[in-house]
Structures are given as C-alpha cells and as structure tokens.
Design a protein around this ligand. Structure first.
Ligand code: FAD
Ligand code: THG
Length: 819
C-alpha cells in the first residue's frame, strides 16, 4: 500500500503540497529533497506575500484556486490560521477595465465562484484607504484572501511526515539516473536515492533539473518588485491584531499593473509595471553564495519602482510620500502561455513535473498531479497545463524568453479571446502564405502558424450578402469583419478554399499500428484501406482526451488528424516498446487545404487523376492521387458541413497545389475563406472543437459523441469506466442555444442562467449566417437541456434571452455532405 518510490525535488509550496496529496492517497514512500532549510527553503515560496485571487478565464485555473483556498482554510499550524478569507477587490480606473470586470464576474459565475461588482463608494467602504474619486468601480470576491507561505508549507509538510514521507533538507539534487529511458534514481550531493518516479517541483530552477535528463522545461524566471511601506497612521487607527495581519481585502489595480495587501499598520505592494527583469535559471545564486539571504531575492531597484510608487499614491493617498520600509525583487516563473507545466516527459519515463505554479494554485495542481499519478487520470481538464502542449519552436530558448517576458508585461492586461501574440511573428507559414497575403488576408496565429481569419479581397462578396450579415457588439466585432459572414455564405452557395495547415497530422505505421490504434480509441478501426473513421481517445476514467479522424492509407499505415502536440505525446506514451509501431508528427513538412461547397466537385474533378464521383469516392473515404503535378492525399470530409475534401501534400508542393486549384476554381466562383467563416459553419453543423466544447471532464454521451463509441468492439482505454458511466446516465449535456437577438454574439465562457440562476456555461459561439441565428453551445444540467427550454446568457452585465435548440441546426439529413 506504500506505492512506488517517489522522489520530489523541492520543498517549496508545490513539492510539499504534493507530498501531502500523495500520502493522503496512500502513497507513502515519498522523499522530498530540498537544497535549502525547511520550511522557508529559499525559493519563491519563501517570500511571496501570499495573496489569492481565484478569478481566472480558465475553468481549470479557477478550480485549482478554489481547491487551494478551501484546503488552506481548513489547515492550522500550532493553532495559527493558514488562510484568511478577507476577500479581494479589483478596481477599475478606465472604462475598458470596468467593462472587463463584468467579464471577470461572469467567468467567476460560470465556474461557481461567488463575486459581485461594486461602485466606488462600496469599494471605499471595504477598503477605507482607497480614494473613490480615483476609480470607476470594483469587483469583489469575498472568499479570496491571504496565506502565510512558510506556515502553510509547514502545515502540509508535517502532515505528510506523519503519514510516512521523508523531507531531506540541505541536500542538492545533482543528477538523475535513467536506464533505457526510465528514471531509476536521483543523485544528490550526499548520495543516491533509488526511485521509480521523480517529480520536479524545483520552481524557477526547474530548467536546470530538466537539463539533467535532457527535458526542456519551458519557463522564464523574472524578478518582480515588492515593497513594504513604513507604518501608516491611517491604518494604525484600525488597531489590527498582529496575529490577523489584515482585515481589509487584498487589492488589484490592474490598469497600472499593481496589487496591495495590508500587514497590520503597513501596506505591502507590488508591481508588474516596470521594465521586465528576466534572469537565467543558471545564473541564480546558489544557496551557499546567497546565504544568509535567499537566492531568489535580488536587490531593490528604486528607480524602476518610482512610477508605481506614484500610482500607489493616486489610489491610496495615505501612501503619497510614505516611507518605504523595505523592498526587493523576488524571482518567480513565467511560461510561454501563462499556464503551469504538469505531466510526464514523453522522453524520460517516470520524470514528472509540477512547475511554474502560483501559490494560489499550489494545492489544486498538486492534488491533480497526485490523482494523475495514483489513478492514471486527473479529474480536472489539464490540456492547458500539459507539459507536452508545446510545438517544437515553442521550446526554443528564445521563444521561452520572449513569451515569458511578454506574459509578465501582459499579466494584468485585458486580453480579447482572439487577440494573437504580437511577437515573435510571423513564425510558421504555410506554403500558401504569399497568395494569402496577396488576397489581403487578416492573419491570426495558431500554434505558431499564420492563419487567415478572413480576406479583404472578398469585400465585394458583401454586395451579395450584406443583408444576411447582421451587425454585432463592440467586443464581438474585434478581430472580425462582416466579410467573414460573406465568406461563410459563399461556401454554402458555391465553393471556397480554406488553409487548414494548422491541423495536427500524425502518421502511425508499422505491423502493430492497427492493433495499437484500435486499443487506444473508441471506434472500430478494422476497416478496409481507404476508410476514414471519426474516433475518440479516452483516459482511463472515460473522459475525452481528444477526437481524431483516422484514415487507413495502407494495411499498416494510418494518417491521424489530431488536435495538437498533447495527442502526439499521448500516442507515444501508449505505444508498444517493441518497435512495431512508428509515430511521426508530419505537420511541419506537409500542408493542407479544405475545398468545400456544393461546387467543390466541379472544381476538383478535372484536376484529379482518378474518380471523385460519389460512388467511387464516398463520404469519409481517403484517396491517394494527384492534382496536376502534385501528389496528394484527399479525405472526403468536412468540418464545415459541405461536400468537399481535405487535401494534403508535402510542403514543397503546396504553392503549386494552391495555384492549380485556384486557377481551375475561377470558372466556378472559387473564393478563399478564413477561420472566422470556418468557425461559424462548424457551429451551424454542430461539430465540436476539442478543448473548448468538450474536455477530459466529459464523457462521449454527455458531449453528444456517443456515435463514435463502439462498446462491443472489445477492449480499449477507458471502456470499463464508460460502461459504469453509461449506467449512471448523463448528468449534463452539451447543447446549442440560439439567442433571441441576432446582433448579440457571445464569445465563450459566459454563464447560462436557468430560472435566473447560474446552471451552465457557453463553450463556443458564433453567428450562423445560413440559419440566420446567433449560436452558442453550452453545458447544461440534463433536466434543463431540453429543446425549447428558455435560458439567459449573461454577457457584460446584460442578460440575453436564448432557447435550447435541436441540433444540428444545419443539414440534419446530411444531404450536403453525402452528395
Ligand atoms: P519554490 O518555492 O521556488 O520551490 C522550489 C524549491 O526547489 C526551492 O525551495 C529550491 O530550493 C528547491 N530546489 C531547486 N533546485 C533544487 C535542487 N537541485 N536540489 C534540491 N532542491 C532544489 N503567488 C501567488 O499565488 N500569490 C502571490 O501573491 C504571489 N506573490 C509573489 C510575490 C513575489 C515577490 C514572488 C517572487 C512570487 C509571488 N508569487 C505569488 C508566486 C509564488 O511565490 C510562486 O509561484 C510559488 O511559490 C512557487 O512555488 P514552487 O514550490 O513551485 O517553487
Ligand atoms: N479534420 C481531420 N482531423 C481532425 C479534424 C478535422 N481531427 C481533429 C478534429 N478536426 C476532429 N473533429 C472532427 C469533428 C467532426 C468531424 C470530423 C472531425 C466529422 N464528423 C461527422 C459527423 O459527426 O457527422 C462524421 C462522423 C462519422 O461519420 O463518424 O466530420 O477537421 N482530418
């Protein structure tokens, strides 16, 4: 019952919380190796001011924080509290921020976190030092609050020790031993520890630990300024008990990148609004060099902090000219996308990481990792946090540094869901890029690829379609153009060419390929060469890990259409080790076009050396052939719900492929169309998008994907759990809503109210131009997910009337696709 031998590197809050969570689950053979001294061993944990703001656009990040708050609030150390629910307020100085506070309130509502909006007077009543004339309003989360870092670290550490864990302090990890790609031991400056699993929880030193086994841990350490004021008479009058530390809420003033926390008669305040100070994990002083200071603390940079100090005085007049008692720059980690790093390295079995985790999320991350280790599946959706989510370019040192710095700068910015990163761009371009530029493509970015959102060259389509493209609100019209609506309609009426190069393509081949894929996915794959199958990857708990199309190109060769690098890692991790299966991500060296619309066959037939009639090449089949000079693989399927093909070629021939199709298409009115049209069309057709619509938190039936599950086909990963879940019946369902107001287009993540109460949330949304309705897919409890049921969607403070609709909204008889 002791479980495998686990070594955790680092006794910061993450390593310690993990030791607690693992021992709680009966894995007690746990050793935590820490180079510093317990329980303030010198990393970020030792000097964080311990402020918890739970609100986050990510459901998972909010859930991490909710669990962490709940857990720490239930802990004590020698009778002293570990968490105080003093609440938090985010203030707005600008109208844009005030609007965004509505969005944050709605995220919180979607994720089950209680919050409310305040006027300036209410803000001042809750935090008397704030000048109400300096702000336009606020956002209040009563359950937010504060911790004391070393105290809550020790509380969890002692519990873990009581259950059998060992904490070894003053001991540095110097190496990791592997045998045949698997971890066998951790080497330290005082000897070796044999083990089965290693978890790297080394904070911003993580990249150095990773390098010991050749694993890239993509995080950038940055120094962050925190100061403490001298005693303030304005606070002294509250006579705050030193044991309580604070009685008024923690504050964020995001328009100037600052935050505040009371400490008896002083204010601790920090800023992100200074020149970023990146540090290399290799340059941070060792413990010996730094002693008696902490290695993670750099000297205060007064001149960098001067503007923030001024801003502090604007918000809290008591801080105007107030003396600063102390200040320093503390180091912590930023990743390329702001999410933590969790999971097992695909290269080194048994090497796990829990890195770049905020204090706020520490226990939640640790619980999920513990569940993942112990049961094989975490209960939350972790696709945003997966260590394996990065494309190769995202692991380069320059990318990690550039994006890490950018995320530091943007940490409090109002970010639109479609807003692309600005730098580094362009990075990856499809071979069609020059043609797309010539057509006036407006590019957004996906996995590093430049991807057209719409084409200005199509403006003239509005002569025909303008009346079918309603206006939309301010927020929804960002990164959008009515041209996209016209492109969608031109696809339904004629034919359009889509650049779908961003789709992840994996070739799986070898004598074991069929058996391997069949054991891993839900649908029946033993079909004739040429068949294409839509199928699901499940985790052992029956949650959806991905949805795939699998084309059988030869007896032993399959092309897998997937959702991203996590899928590649999932396949590798499950592949047999005997060499009978080869897995190759071919995305970078190939390209892909979608040619869709009722006139697609007219365009393609004269070009193809082969028969593309419906009889010879039916729906959901593959054809390896040629288009002019270009060898291609064509799959007859369509995420936009029209007749047509996905067409794949090697990247070197991509431009020729585009030109060949483009020229032939002119006689048939072919247009190029972008991602905005694509998204609208897929929602009309009811096709789900992994990550937004469904995740590992959902089973296939709830998600409306039960048709891809063949329980009678024999064993596959997740099958046993599915059988159990099936008999329990679905608790919730993914359903389309149509909004009453055609000019209201929402963005995703908004709460859905049933009988006036929050009951679910929107996953993805778009206007459906052919059906003439604004569509929002949403999760709802089963009893509310009935056709015709009236609901409301909360959107920037409005309540939009909507009704549950029958799906799919477009072409339920499949006559367009099977034509
Ligand atoms: P760490 O605490 O850095 O722990 C890693 C441990 O690994 C260290 O103790 C280190 O000694 C050990 N280690 C590393 N290498 C080795 C090795 N080779 N051998 C043995 N041991 C090793 N977060 C919030 O949520 N709210 C806040 O208000 C907040 N404010 C912050 C303010 C400042 C100034 C700073 C710097 C950070 C703040 N953070 C805040 C971030 C938060 O402190 C960190 O995200 C969190 O503490 C990280 O915990 P950790 O366990 O991952 O890392
Ligand atoms: N193309 C290819 N692979 C992909 C996608 C794609 N893999 C990832 C993602 N997109 C998978 N998502 C879908 C969603 C729906 C369909 C295909 C891929 C689809 N479904 C049909 C339906 O539900 O009516 C067919 C189902 C069936 O016959 O089993 O076409 O875009 N290559």
């Amino acid at each position: 019952m002791a479980g495998p031998r686990v070594v955790i590197i680092g006794a910061g809050i993450v390593g310690t919380a993990l030791a607690d969570e693992l021992t709680m689950r009966g894995w007690t053979d746990v050793t935590v190796v820490e180079q510093g001294r317990l329980w303030a061993p010198g990393g970020s944990t030792s000097h964080a001011p311990g402020m918890f703001f739970q609100t986050n656009g990510s459901k998972t990040m909010t859930a991490f924080a909710q669990y962490t708050v709940g857990k720490y609030a239930g802990l004590e150390l020698d009778g002293r509290w570990c968490f105080r629910h003093i609440g938090s307020i985010e203030v707005a100085r600008t109208p844009a921020r005030l609007t965004d506070l509505h969005r944050r309130h709605e995220w919180a509502t979607s994720w089950g976190l209680e919050s409310r909006l305040l006027d300036p007077g209410e803000v001042q009543r809750l935090f008397p030092l704030i000048d109400p004339d300096a702000i336009l309003g606020g956002y209040h989360v009563p359950s937010d609050g504060i911790t004391v870092g070393s105290r809550v670290n020790e509380a969890q550490g002692r519990r873990a020790i009581d259950r059998g864990a060992r904490f070894v302090e003053g001991t540095q990890v110097t190496g990791i031993r592997t045998v045949r790609g698997r971890v066998t031991a951790v080497e330290t400056d005082s000897g070796e520890l044999a083990c089965d699993l290693v978890v790297c929880a080394a904070g911003f030193w993580g990249p150095r630990i990773g390098s010991l086994v050749g694993v890239t841990i993509p995080l950038q350490p940055l120094a962050h300024t925190l100061v403490k004021s001298g005693p303030l008479p304005e606070l002294a009058r509250f006579a705050i008990d030193p044991g309580d530390q604070s009685i008024h809420p923690i504050i964020r003033d995001q328009d100037v990148d600052m935050y505040y926390r009371e400490l008896v008669d002083r204010i601790w305040f920090g800023s992100y609004g200074h020149e970023p100070q990146p540090v290399s994990a290799w340059d941070i002083r060792s413990h010996a060099e730094a002693a008696p200071e902490m290695p993670s603390v750099l000297p205060f940079t007064a001149e960098l902090f001067e503007p923030s100090r001024r801003h502090a005085g604007e918000l809290m007049p008591a801080l105007r000219g107030a003396p600063l008692a102390e200040g320093f720059n503390g180091i912590f980690s930023f990743t390329p996308d702001g999410f933590p790093l969790m999971g097992e390295s695909p290269e080194v079995r048994g090497f796990w990481v829990a890195e770049a985790v905020w204090f706020t999320h520490s226990a939640g991350v640790s619980r999920e990792l513990a569940e993942w280790l112990v049961t094989g599946a975490p209960s939350l959706d972790l696709h945003e946090c997966d260590l394996n989510r990065f494309e190769r370019h995202q692991l380069t040192a320059d990318y990690v540094r550039t994006r890490g710095i950018q995320n530091y700068v943007e940490v409090y910015d109002v970010i639109h869901p479609l807003q692309p990163m600005e730098d580094p761009r362009p990075l990856r371009v499809a071979p069609f890029h020059v043609r797309e530029q010539a057509l006036g493509a407006c590019f957004l970015e996906s996995a590093g690829w430049e991807r057209p959102q719409w084409y200005e060259a199509n403006a003239s389509l509005l002569d025909r379609y303008a009346a079918d493209v309603p206006g939309r609100g301010q927020w929804a019209s960002r990164h959008w153009s009515p041209i996209a609506g016209a492109e969608a309609l031109a696809t339904r009426d004629g034919v359009a060419l889509y650049d779908i190069t961003t789709l992840k393509r994996i070739v799986v081949d070898g004598p074991g390929a069929l058996a391997f894929l069949d054991r891993l996915t839900t649908n029946r794959l033993d079909r004739p060469v040429g068949a294409v199958v839509y199928t699901l990857l499940l985790d052992p708990a029956g949650g959806i890990v991905s949805d795939l199309t699998i084309a059988r190109l030869a007896e032993d060769r399959f092309q897998v259409g997937a959702n991203g690098p996590v899928d590649v890692a999932w396949l590798r991790r499950h592949a047999p080790e005997d060499g009978t299966v080869r897995i190759e991500d071919v995305s970078a060296g190939t390209c892909a076009l979608g040619l869709w619309g009722p006139r697609a066959r007219e365009v393609i037939a004269p070009l193809v050396h082969g028969d593309v009639s419906n009889a010879a090449h039916p729906y959901f089949t593959a054809l390896s052939t040629e288009i002019g000079f270009v060898p291609v693989t064509m799959l007859r399927l369509s995420y936009v719900g029209e007749l047509g093909w996905e067409i794949y070629a090697d990247a070197d021939m991509g431009l020729k492929l585009w030109d060949t199709i483009w020229e032939a298409g002119q006689a048939h009115g072919l247009v190029a169309a972008g991602r905005a049209a694509f998204t609208s069309l897929r929602l009309e057709k009811g096709y789900r998008s992994y990550g937004a619509d469904m995740t590992s938190e959902h089973d296939p039936w709830e998600a409306g994907l039960g048709f891809a599950v063949k329980l009678d086909k024999g064993e596959f990963v997740g099958r046993d759990a599915l059988v159990r879940r099936r008999s329990a019946g679905p608790r919730r369902r993914l359903v389309p809503l149509v909004l009453d107001d055609p000019e209201a287009v929402v963005m995703g993540k908004e709460p859905v109210l049933v009988d006036g109460r929050p009951a679910g949330y929107v996953t993805s949304a778009a206007f459906g131009f052919r059906v003439g309705r604004s569509i929002a897919y949403a999760w709802l409890p089963s009893d509310a997910a009935t056709v015709g049921r009236r609901v409301e969607v909360a959107y920037f403070g409005d309540r939009l009337g909507a009704a549950v609709a029958e799906e799919p909204l477009y072409d339920p008889g499949m006559s367009r696709l099977r034509a």
